[in-house]
Design a protein around this ligand. Structure first.
Ligand code: PEP
Ligand code: MG
Length: 961
């Protein structure tokens, strides 16, 4: 095992293809070195060493120590300096670098090598005492916090008792005493004294001396980076992002270069294109006389890199690097162009200028929001940097979600009261209540409240609260601050650097321009423009079709996809919406939602509570015209595409009133000429102990064939009418919950009989329709050949198939499934992403057996998994013809279907699109018999499915559909 990879002086042992071993940062530094960029020399200790370090109980394995010493010698040679040398000391940085970037999650220690032996030499050499003591106090702060406290497993009692906070307190009180605003105001003498105070504070807080030996500092730094992989913040972030623990992190040790050596030095971060809009402009921030952390930490508002990056009201009055130092800026532009050509993707870079010399510290693929990802991908095709297939892989299906996100209504926004402006760090609009701590945001967000997390700045500890909030607002920080990076990665609405905010955590208030807002007050954010408004500004649905690059990308996707995309829709409005998003047919029309109009439900209840066929038929005759109109509307809205209409599925008790609803019961009793007592007895008799496995699905139609006949008649008469009107329609009648072929045959017979009658009645020679079944009972999957001999199509009902296949109740599994996912028993919630090895295998068996009996058997899936990219890839692989999902998932499904084809061709997505478990939420989602209701189209069901295109906590739950 080679444990250390060197880079420096134009040559590196690693390259960009070695991310797994060297981490993203290490691999890219190696690559930059190889293509001749000015990179300070250094080396990367591999992720394998990290894994071994943990296996060996916290020891550096094998020859790591020896290889590190050898590599340090090489750095010394290139830099012409010595580590610990009293005259020309070499200082190094130690940084983490995992395979995929985890902004701010892990540790960095700078200025390692400064000690009592090297300080005088560095002062003499630099002629800058102030700089040396400033570097030293930074080293003491970082090292004591990261190595001596965190890595040693010391848990401070509260936020203020940690060593870093204690040191910062000393600094703040010194600044206050002296009347200084910035750290840069401190003199050399003051800093020297401060370092002394720092060291004795470290001793008193931690109980150990600050190490004065460079090598001890280096080993401590290296080990602490490894330790930080298993720190609380990193674990939390990994869980949210689906990053496996076994990846480990690499450690990068690199010669220090300084951006804080005076006014001819600087440090900055930049994106080769604008990460918020995707525009092809160089976009960045920098600070004169500063170290890298100053830019990202958001303590000082950074200057814009160039005129194009200036933000009105933020940094437009500050000089840009382009204006102040055109020579360095020109060099940087050259590097930008080279990097984009080399990587053929947008890069996020860090640079330092030391006494007028430019050094590149890092490049990595830049995080971007969905809109920007699409624009960049399409633009880069036009610029001939990439081909269309690569462009497709550059956009993660979930990123399309952002284009479908609501925005603040532009008309309403004009008249809304803008309180202040910040930077547009995350897309879309958010309306929520102010919450000032991450914990409360997490709690309230989990409880379903809409909250906006408002902080001075965010830190990696805040990720759970940031995740739960609908939006994030910070007073400090730039476009590269922690809040901005994280929000952009998640596509979450976010405004940063709103400097006018005065936040008082103790009083729980936010004061802005004299207006005092309390925690719990409503505000609205426009994350695309960076504006904060008072109160609730109405939101509007997004219109992705207005984005030309989106249309292009989707066309490329459709051109290569094999899977068809249909929608789950129960009314013409949803059908029309889904068509706009690109659906070509309805894969599931749940007819139970159609019985809830005032008059309909009465007839429905009368039908259910009739104790004889005659009364039932009378009630059904009243329902027929309603159903026919519904089907007419939906078939027409989807013409000429197919519409799969499922016969009645839910247990009947779901349509009935509670026995306490006496007024309703009396009405039904009157209609049926029965007594109240009698009706109550019938309602009670319909109660089932396990309704999901009870009298539902085709069992209803089998025991009451008149129900199937009415529905079939309504569908076919609507189709006949449309046929006569010259509208092309393709109804597909689907029998639910079939487990045995004879169940299907029974229902098919009823449907075919009705079809003959309708054809005759309407004088038609031919009536275009199909009869098929859902495959949602494991027995049906196993006997699919027998069923396919009778059925023209299958649609996999993967919600029920998961319920019955895994034996997990759709409505009650919330009490244990999150634990299952957290502990790795299931990789993800099987109701969100198909359990490929188990339920998926049932699908595969059914496909194989079904097609063995009927070669042209048409196959689709209409469970919630139809909108999940990982599941879509699986359905593509097993050979389904289409997936069907809710309208807002359609664009995601279209892109995922294209990705599935590209995966076949060996193309890899930029990042794994793993379905996210709800950040390990342990709370049981609210469920009850009602919540599991199949029948009731509660307003929240509809609103929920429209408003929230992402997979819900429990996609299996009927209520969440
Ligand atoms: C299914 O079971 O997957 C399905 C689509 O039907 P429902 O969710 O209505 O039970
Ligand atoms: Mg079902």
């Amino acid at each position: 095992m080679k444990s250390v990879y060197f880079f420096g002086a134009g040559k590196a042992e690693g390259n960009a293809g070695m991310k797994n071993l060297l981490g993203g940062k290490g691999a890219n530094i190696a690559e930059m070195t190889n293509i001749g960029m000015p990179v300070p020399p250094g080396f990367t200790i591999t992720t394998e060493v990290c894994t071994r370090y943990f296996e060996d109980g916290g020891k550096l394995p094998g020859d790591t120590e020896e290889a590190t010493r050898t590599a340090m010698k090489k750095i010394e040679k290139i830099m012409e300096r010595g580590f610990g040398d009293p005259e020309k000391p070499l200082l190094v940085s130690v940084r983490s670098g995992a395979r995929s970037s985890m902004p701010g999650m892990m540790e960095t220690v700078l200025n390692i090598g400064l000690c009592s032996a090297t300080i005088p030499g560095l002062i003499a050499e630099s002629g800058n005492k102030r700089f040396v003591y400033d570097a030293y106090r930074r080293l003491i702060t970082m090292y004591s916090d990261v190595v001596m406290e965190k890595a040693a497993g010391i848990e401070p009692k509260d936020d203020d008792s940690g060593v870093r906070a204690q040191l910062e307190k000393i600094l703040e009180s010194l600044k206050k005493r002296k009347g200084y605003k910035n750290d840069t105001d401190l003199t050399a003498k003051e800093l020297k004294k401060l370092c002394k105070q720092y060291k004795s504070k470290v001793k008193s807080v931690i109980g150990e001396e600050f190490p004065d030996d460079p090598w001890e500092q280096l080993w401590g730094g290296i080990k602490s980076v490894f330790q930080s992989w298993n720190g609380k913040r990193a674990i939390s972030y990994r869980r949210i992002e689906g990053i496996p623990a076994e990846w480990g992190t690499a450690v990068n040790v690199q010669a220090m270069v300084y951006g804080n050596l005076g006014d001819d030095s600087a440090t900055g971060v930049a994106f080769t294109r604008d990460p918020a809009t995707g525009a092809n402009i160089f976009y960045g921030e920098w600070l004169v006389n500063a170290q890298g952390e100053d830019v990202v930490a958001g303590i000082r508002t950074p200057n814009a890199l160039n005129i194009a990056s200036k933000q009105p009201g933020q940094n437009d009055k500050l000089p840009s690097l382009e204006e102040l130092n055109p020579e360095i800026y020109k060099q940087l532009v050259g590097i930008r162009d080279n990097l984009e050509k080399h990587y053929t993707d947008m890069q996020d870079i860090e640079f330092t200028v030391e006494h007028g010399r430019l050094w590149m510290l890092q490049t990595r693929t830049g995080k971007r929001n969905g809109r920007a990802a699409i624009k960049m991908a399409v633009d880069m095709v036009r610029e001939r940097l990439i081909d269309t297939k690569t462009a497709l892989m550059r956009v993660r299906p979930e990123q399309l979600d952002e284009l479908l996100h609501p925005m603040l209504d532009p008309a309403e926004e004009k008249t809304a009261k803008a309180l202040t402006k910040g930077l547009p760090a995350g897309p879309g609009g958010a309306v929520g209540k102010i919450v000032l701590t991450s914990e409360r945001a997490h709690e309230q967000g989990k409880a379903g409240e809409k909250v906006i997390l408002v902080r001075l700045e965010t830190s990696p500890e805040d990720v759970d609260g940031m995740r739960a909030a609908v939006g994030i607002l910070t007073a400090r920080g730039g476009m590269t601050s922690h809040a901005a990076l994280v929000a952009r990665g998640w596509g979450k609405c976010c405004v940063v650097g709103a400097g006018a905010l005065e936040i008082d955590y103790r009083k729980k208030t936010v004061t802005v321009e004299g207006k005092v807002l309390k925690e719990g007050d409503w505000i609205s954010l426009n994350g695309s423009r960076g504006v904060m408004y008072e109160g609730k500004v109405p939101v509007v649905k997004a219109d992705p079709d207005s984005v030309i690059e989106y249309r292009k990308l989707m066309k490329w996707a459709d051109d290569i996809s094999r899977l068809g995309i249909r929608t789950n829709a129960d009314d013409p409005e949803d059908a029309a919406l889904a068509r706009r998003f690109g659906a070509k047919g309805i894969g599931l029309c749940r007819t139970e939602h159609m019985f809830w109009g005032e008059k309909r439900i009465r007839a429905m209840r009368t039908m259910i509570l009739s104790d004889n066929t005659e009364d039932r038929e009378k009630a059904l005759a009243k329902l027929l015209p309603y159903q026919r109109d519904d089907f007419y509307g939906i078939l027409k809205a989807m013409s000429p595409y197919p519409v799969t209409i499922r016969l009645l599925d839910p247990p009947l008790h779901e349509f009935l009133p509670e026995v306490s609803e006496t007024k309703l019961i009396d009405e039904i009793a009157k209609e049926l000429k029965a007594s109240r007592k009698n009706i109550i007895a019938r309602i009670k008799s319909l109660h089932e102990l396990n309704p999901m496995l009870g009298h539902r699905g085709c069992r209803l139609g089998i025991s009451m064939p008149e129900v199937t006949r009415m529905q079939a008649r309504a569908i076919l008469e609507a189709a006949a009418k449309l046929h006569k009107e010259g509208v092309r329609v393709q109804p597909e009648i689907m029998v639910p919950l079939v487990g045995h072929v004879r169940e299907f045959v029974n229902q098919k017979r009823e449907i075919v009989t009705v079809a003959k009658e309708v054809r005759k009645k309407h004088g038609l020679r031919r009536l275009n329709y199909k009869v098929g079944t859902m495959i949602e009972v494991p027995r049906a999957a196993i006997t699919a050949d027998q069923i396919a001999a009778e059925a023209e199509f299958f649609s996999f009902g993967t919600n029920d198939l998961t319920q019955m296949g895994c034996g997990f109740s759709r409505d009650d599994s919330g009490s244990f499934l999150p634990y299952y996912v957290e502990s790795g028993i299931y990789e993800s919630d099987p109701f969100q992403s198909i359990d490929q090895a188990g339920v998926g295998e049932l699908v595969a068996i059914a496909v194989k057996k079904g097609r063995s009996a009927r070669k042209d058997l048409h196959l689709g899936i209409c469970g919630e998994h139809g909108g999940d990219p990982a599941s879509i890839a699986f359905f593509h692989t097993v050979g389904l013809d289409y997936v069907s999902c809710s309208p807002y998932r359609i664009p995601i499904a279209r892109l995922a279907a294209a990705h599935a084809v590209l995966a076949d061709e060996g193309k890899q997505p930029t990042r794994k699109s793993k379905p996210k478990s709800k950040s390990g939420s342990k709370a049981k989602p609210k469920t009850s018999v009602k919540a599991g209701s199949k029948a009731k189209p509660k307003p929240s069901v509809k609103a929920g499915s429209k408003a929230k295109p992402k997979p819900s906590v429990k996609a299996g739950s009927k209520r969440k559909k």
